[in-house]
Design a binder for this molecule. Structure first.
Ligand SMILES: Nc1ncnc2c1ncn2[C@@H]1O[C@H](COP(=O)(O)OP(=O)(O)O)[C@@H](O)[C@H]1O
Ligand SMILES: [Mg+2]
Length: 1027
């Protein structure tokens, strides 16, 4: 139901309790019409199903629908006869509660179809074991048999059931059908002898004539021609073609076989059917007040078929035996009475045949001994609805009485269940105003006072009772009753419409005027004793049982038809009372069996007399909607943040929170123990609308979760795949590593072995080690080579490379030196040459040598003020080609007296000059060749003696000089002269030097704390050197 709440504008409401104006018959009919036009034929009033006959086949009974309605909540699916059946069936199966499905409605409204759908659903929903299937087959096949004998075409329905039917289906504890039982009510037997224009006799007559093969027809003395039979009041016009009837006949024969009717039984049944047709053709004339049989051959046929005496039968149709004062008296029957007797016989035979058939089906459906254990029962009541015709007779009286009784039951059960629900849910019960039709039931059935009692009394009383006297008695006794209207009591208007032989009952469903004619006779329902006797002597197995001989001997009069009917109805009510009822209320939309034609007047009428408005009122008196908390919560919890997606408390608490959130008014709802009751449809609709709006959000959530799930699944799959790949890669890498390690171990081992044995005899292993060591050494060396010439470091080398190391060291040093050398300027180069020369001259010889190593040799040691003089000397004094090489201030000691004089010592490429320090005048000029010896001491002093050959006239002996940078000056000097051999180093404490004239001076070398050169006391020059 919830599903369709929001579609209510298009298809109306699924449940009439949701109608805003539930008292309006207009609105009610509107809703039915709206739905009918959309081909929706089912609607609820709470649990009651309303079904509108579509008069066309709708695709709602297929396999898919059968599946759809199994084991679902009643309100989860659109209304359907299957939903009602499933609810009942589940209750029966799960809780073992006996069920009854009450189907009511007027002729042609779809009751029988509905009952078939109920059976069909049960067959589909229950087990499918072969044994169960067999039972189901029988239950289903009982229908064609009963329909053949009990149905006929009427003006309202081509397949109208002319009897009431209550079928019990028994189920075992597993919910499988194990058998059944059928009760039949009030067959319309008058149809056998007479049908209204446009209507037909029972189907079986037509089926037999159309469907039986020739041999059977011959055996039954029948002709394949409907016109030949008097009991077809409307001649040979059956509603269906011969072909259809013929097919149906085969279906019936097959069904009878399924129902386990023996061939003999089937033969006897057909004999009875045929015999009735023959009986109908018996005509009468009259002679002297006694009827005479006109067509004896029909009597013969009848007698032959049933196996009785034709003569006796003829007599029984002419005379009647009456017992008067203990004596049997025969009175003749006139023609009319003979016809009456004939028809009575035909009706009785047919009725009893039908009853026998029902019993026979029951014995076939009987629950077998083997299926013991607890059984539950589902009753299906397909009974005629209320009937109001132009002329209403005893049959309508009975039928309408039946409907009053069922309405009574309905009211009791509905109110009871409603009341019980309130009680169960702890809700205060507010008495509901409704019309209780018990008063009408009482009017009809009350003992001694009711209409049936009056009728029985009239039937039994001595004298000349007739319909008029019966009516009179009723008018007398019942005129005060509010629901009885006699002619006299009626108002003017009604009187005009009512005949004097009529009476009117105000039924709950409307007023019905009954014609009293025939009431007594129909109630009596007696067959003349003579006929009974004939029938009890028949050889046909069925008729003999149907008319038992001991019945004749019984003194007591059998109950009248009215009383029998009343008794069977009360028994039925008794049966139904203790079952859980479900209701199907059938409505026909028009009188013409037309699809898609909704006649509001006709429907309104049915709505009224089915008491549907009453039903709705009772249902709505309290609450329009009720649902278990869990169901309500499940649908609407998304409307409140506190209850979405779940609430920590109970369902009831959650619903309480929810409805507070939705701001339900206090009078709008009620909280039961397990259910929420909502008073007005409006409240529910608002909630539903809110839910519809909210649905999109929920959809988004579902989408979100779904997408998340899909992604997660994908992720997990990828993760798994990644793990697998990882696993394999790890395995691969680990294997490779292991392999590497293994190889490394071998290599390391070989390395170590190689190391240990490196100095031993060469083997493969130590050769490799050595080779490696060499490579490593070279690599190491390459990285730690000295970068300057002065860096004397050299990395250590393995034993195997000593030679190479040396060689390389050398090579590298040379290379560095060469590189250094190549990068030198000519000046620097000269310096080095001079230094090297100095080294070769003085190293280890002259003690002051080490001091000279560091400072560079400088060619010009003059002071700044001497520069000018120097350049003038250069330009003026030097010869062409002569270049200055060295100049430095020196002190010259005279050879006589050793007086120190400041001089400048100059070397050119040709000569040595000694210049006056102040004037740069040449004091001495010597060619290099003229120098014989250059003398110095080995000590740290700076004394220089230059020996000049004595033949050099100009000179006055050796030159004695103090030269500050002695080593520098001498090195340059020797570089110029290229004569190192001239240099002498005196390792003595005194040196003699030449004076001119062959004289000799002495120079003493002593040690002292401060270096100095002074004239000593003995006339020697004393040179003090620091040791
Ligand atoms: N649910 C239905 N779907 C289609 N046709 C239906 C349905 N119910 C009834 N009918 C039609 O209406 C006719 C009369 O129905 P039926 O059940 O015999 O009425 P009732 O038993 O109330 O007199 C059927 O023969 C069938 O043609
Ligand atoms: Mg029917």
């Amino acid at each position: 139901m919830e599903q369709a709440l929001h579609a209510r504008d298009l298809v109306g409401v699924q449940d009439m309790v949701l109608l805003e104006d539930y008292t309006s018959e207009e609105a009610f009919t509107d809703n039915l019409q709206k739905r009918f036009q959309e081909n929706i034929i089912y609607t609820y009033i709470g649990p009651v199903l309303i079904s509108v006959n579509p008069y066309k086949n709708l695709p709602i009974y297929d396999e898919a629908s059968l599946q759809k309605y199994q084991k679902v909540h009643f309100f989860e699916v659109p209304p359907h006869v299957y939903a009602v059946t499933d609810t009942a069936y589940q209750s029966l199966k799960e809780e073992g509660r006996d069920q009854c499905i009450l189907i009511s409605g007027e002729s042609g409204s779809g009751k029988t179809e509905a009952s078939k759908k109920v059976l069909q659903f049960i067959a589909a929903a229950s087990g499918h074991k072969p044994k169960v299937e067999a039972v189901k087959d029988k239950l289903l096949q009982s229908n064609p048999v009963l329909e053949a004998f009990g149905n006929a075409k009427t003006n309202r329905n081509d397949n109208s059931s002319r009897f009431g039917k209550y079928m019990d289906v028994a189920f075992n504890y597993m919910g499988d059908p194990v058998g059944g039982n059928i009760l039949n009510y009030l067959l319309e037997k008058s149809r056998v002898v007479h049908q209204n224009p446009g209507e037909t006799n029972f189907h079986i007559f037509y089926q037999l004539i159309a469907g039986a093969d020739q041999a059977l027809l011959d055996k039954l003395h029948l002709k394949r021609n409907l016109d030949s039979y008097f009991y077809f009041s409307n001649g040979g016009k059956g509603p269906m073609s011969n072909h259809e009837y013929s097919n149906q006949f085969k279906v019936v024969e097959k069904a009878m076989s399924v129902m386990e009717l023996t061939e003999e039984e089937q033969g006897d049944i057909m004999s009875i059917v045929a015999s009735i047709l023959h009986l109908g053709n018996v005509g009468f004339t009259e002679e002297e007040g006694v009827a005479q049989v006109f067509k004896q051959e029909n009597i013969e046929s009848f007698s032959k078929l049933l196996g009785c005496s034709a003569e006796k039968l003829t007599k029984a149709l002419q005379y009647r035996t009456i017992e008067a004062k203990g004596e049997a008296v025969k009175t003749p029957l006139n023609r009319d009475m003979a016809i009456y007797a004939r028809d009575a016989l035909a009706k009785a035979v047919y009725e009893r045949l039908f009853t026998w058939l029902v019993h026979r089906l029951n014995s076939s459906l009987h629950v077998g001994e083997e299926s013991n254990g607890k059984k539950s029962v589902m009753g299906i009541l397909d009974i005629y609805g209320f009937e109001i015709f132009e002329r209403n007779s005893f049959e309508q009286f009975c039928i309408n009485f039946c409907n009053e009784k069922l309405q009574q039951l309905f009211i009791q059960l509905t109110l009871k269940s409603e009341q019980e629900e309130y009680l169960k849910e702890g809700i205060e019960w507010v008495p509901v105003e409704y019309f209780n039709n018990k008063v009408i039931c009482d009017l009809i059935e009350e003992k001694h006072k009711g209409i049936i009692s009056i009728l029985d009394e009239e039937c039994l009383r001595p004298g000349e009772p007739n319909d008029a006297s019966f009516l009179e008695k009723m008018n007398k006794n019942l005129s005060k009753h509010p629901h009885y209207i006699g002619h006299e009591k009626a108002d003017r208007k009604t009187q005009k419409l009512m005949g004097r032989d009529e009476f009117r009952l105000v039924h709950y469903a409307g007023d019905v005027t009954y014609n009293s004619k025939g009431f007594l006779d129909k109630n009596n329902d007696q067959l003349f004793r003579d006929l009974l006797e004939v029938m009890s002597e028949t050889s046909n197995s069925i008729t003999r049982k149907m008319f038992p001989a001991d019945q004749l001997r019984r003194r007591k009069r059998p109950d009248t038809a009215g009383t029998q009917f009343k008794t069977s109805l009360n028994e039925l009510v008794e049966i139904l009372m203790f079952k859980e009822p479900s209701y199907i209320r059938c409505i026909k939309p028009n009188d013409y069996k037309r699809p898609s034609d909704f006649d509001r007047k006709i429907v309104s009428h049915q709505v009224k007399y089915l008491g549907l408005m009453e039903n709705l009122r009772v249902r709505r008196a309290g609450f329009a909607y009720r649902r278990p908390y869990d169901v309500f919560l499940k649908r609407y919890k998304s409307l409140c943040p506190a209850t979405w997606p779940s609430y920590p408390g109970s369902n009831k608490e959650a619903v309480t929170v929810l409805i507070h959130h939705l701001k339900y008014g206090n009078n709008e709802y009620c909280l039961g123990k397990t259910k929420l009751f909502i008073r007005f449809p409006k409240t529910l609709f608002e909630t539903e609308d809110a839910f519809q709006a909210k649905k999109h959000d929920i959809a988004a959530i579902i989408q979100k979760v779904w997408k998340g799930r899909v992604q997660r699944k994908k992720y997990l799959k990828m993760r798994m795949a990644a793990i697998v790949i990882e696993k394999w890669i790890r395995r691969f890498l680990a294997k490779r590593r292991t392999e590497l390690r293994r190889r490394a171990v071998v290599i390391v081992r070989q390395f170590i072995e190689g190391f240990i044995t490196r100095n031993g005899l060469p083997t493969e292993i130590n050769k490799r080690f050595v080779k490696l060591a060499k490579v490593h050494y070279l690599n190491r060396l390459a990285k730690s080579l000295p970068t300057t010439v002065l860096d004397k470091s050299w990395p250590p080398c393995p034993g195997s490379c000593v030679e190479a190391s040396k060689y390389l060291h050398n090579l590298h040093t040379n290379w560095l030196a060469r590189k250094y050398m190549l990068s030198l300027t000519p000046e620097r180069k000269k310096q080095f040459e001079l230094k090297v020369l100095a080294e070769s001259l003085f190293k280890g010889k002259k003690k002051s040598y080490p001091r000279s190593i560091g400072p560079p040799f400088i060619e010009d040691r003059l002071a700044d003020d001497q520069r000018l003089l120097k350049s003038s000397f250069e330009t003026n004094q030097l010869q062409t080609g002569e270049r200055l090489r060295y100049c430095a201030p020196v002190i010259k000691y005279d050879r006589h007296g050793y007086k120190p004089r400041e001089r400048v010592l100059v070397f050119t490429n040709k000569n040595i000059y000694l210049l006056d320090a102040k004037t740069f005048k040449t004091k001495h000029c010597l060619t290099y060749d003229s120098i014989t010896e250059i003398l110095i001491t080995t000590e740290t002093d700076s004394l220089l003696v230059i020996r000049i050959p004595s033949d050099l006239k100009k000179d006055k002996g050796d030159l004695i000089l103090q030269v500050e940078n002695l080593i520098e000056a001498l090195t340059i000097l020797i570089d110029i002269t290229g004569k190192p051999e001239a240099l002498k180093m005196a390792d003595t404490s005194s040196i003699s030097h030449n004076l001119n004239n062959g004289k000799q001076g002495v120079i003493d070398i002593t040690k002292g704390p401060t270096p100095s050169i002074i004239k000593g006391k003995e006339g020697h020059l004393i040179v003090v050197v620091v040791p």
